[in-house]
Design a protein around this ligand. Structure first.
Ligand SMILES: Cc1ncc(COP(=O)(O)O)c(C=O)c1O
Length: 345
């Protein structure tokens, strides 16, 4: 059975054009900087994000970890959202591998960290305290609903960072979704950040890979640490070739995913038993709960949806996150709404 797979945008398979580019890619040993396809991808990423330099990494988690390791020393503290991927879902890498301590700040409903909370979390100079070195934002903020942070807010956090001699890193796993949603060039959205990680392997459809961008010295250090972590890859142009198509083409079509997410949310709002979050979706994620009258758990419903050819992820016993992407067309949206209706009514 061919499934409608709404579990995540990470399930996206490479397109036929990507597979062809991968097969034909010019390659070399990237640890020697000899891979022309990787070099092109890194130049393109740096240019599109408006930063000096870029590094191709195997995953978003490694990209974020490298940023933390470059910005911070052992014993330093990082201000992060308490609902952020870096804090919750990266296996405690900053603490385990960097000796870095997270200082979690509450994520507001709109995905932001309140400026007063950030200011209150910056450590004062005191022999007892760790040293705050970095603020991390996540854009789009996944758990808060795939909500985009605005350029104005990002500038305000950048100002706070500069005034307090801190660096600003953006976990922009879905930064191009954010740029499409707030309708500004991605360059403008990340201008206040010292470093940005973004993923090619999510809504941008590439099979593997993320990019870390920043100043030339920052990326030089990150390249060294990537080698230390075992992330120095060899003829990896075969993978980077797909990433070039992600940047040149897939960044331009994310609005389609957002429209389909809206269509999906509108359809699900008509179904008794489902309560779609009031402002959802902001981008490509639809978050919804089961109403109290539904006797089944979200996991049981997931199973029944699977039997009907639709894969959905239960966030917990009562909550779902559905994610639209390149391989979800209008017919898939309609099939999903019909399947939920059948399961629940
Ligand atoms: C917001 C966010 N940051 C970082 C990552 C990590 O990316 P990866 O799965 O490539 O390690 C993810 C992955 O889902 C994510 O959603």
């Amino acid at each position: 059975m061919e499934y409608i797979d709404l579990r995540s945008d990470t399930v996206t398979q490479p397109t036929p054009e990507m597979r062809e580019a991968m097969a034909e890619a010019d390659v070399g040993d990237d640890v020697y900087r000899d891979d022309p396809t990787v070099n092109r991808l890194e130049e393109l990423a740096a240019e599109m994000l408006g930063k000096e330099s870029a590094l191709f990494v195997p995953s978003g988690t490694m990209g974020n970890l490298l940023a933390l390791l470059v910005h911070c020393q052992r014993g330093d503290e990082v201000i992060v959202g308490n609902q952020s991927h870096i804090y919750l879902n990266e296996a405690g890498g900053m603490a385990a591998l960097g000796g870095i301590q997270p200082c979690p700040v509450q994520n507001q409903h709109d995905g932001t960290l309140a400026l007063d909370d950030i200011l209150a979390s910056i450590r004062t100079e005191d022999v007892h305290h760790p040293i705050t070195h970095l603020i991390c934002l996540e854009n789009t903020q996944n758990i808060c609903g795939g909500v985009p942070l605005t350029p104005a807010y990002t500038r305000q956090v950048g100002e706070v960072a500069r005034r307090n001699q801190l660096a600003l890193h953006i976990d922009g796993a879905r930064i191009f979704n954010a740029a499409a949603a707030v309708d500004v060039p991605v360059k403008e959205l990340v201008e206040p950040a010292d470093s940005v990680m973004f993923c090619l392997s999510k809504g941008l459809v590439a099979p593997i890979g993320s990019m870390l961008v920043g100043s030339a010295p920052f990326i030089r250090r990150a390249r060294h640490l990537r080698k230390m972590l075992g992330g120095g890859m060899r003829q990896v142009g075969v993978v980077a070739a797909a990433g070039i198509i992600s940047l040149e083409k897939m960044t331009k079509r994310l609005g389609d995913d957002h429209l389909r997410a809206r269509k999906l949310a509108d359809g699900l709002r008509q179904i008794k038993g489902l309560v779609v979050d009031s402002d959802s979706p902001y981008t490509n994620m639809v978050y919804l709960n089961l109403s109290e009258r539904v006797p089944l758990t979200a996991q049981q419903i997931s199973q029944k949806m699977k039997e009907r050819g639709v894969l959905v992820d239960a966030e917990n016993g009562r909550r779902f996150r559905l994610v639209t992407h390149y391989w979800i067309e209008d017919a898939g949206v309609e099939k999903t709404v019909a399947a939920f209706n059948e399961v629940l009514n």
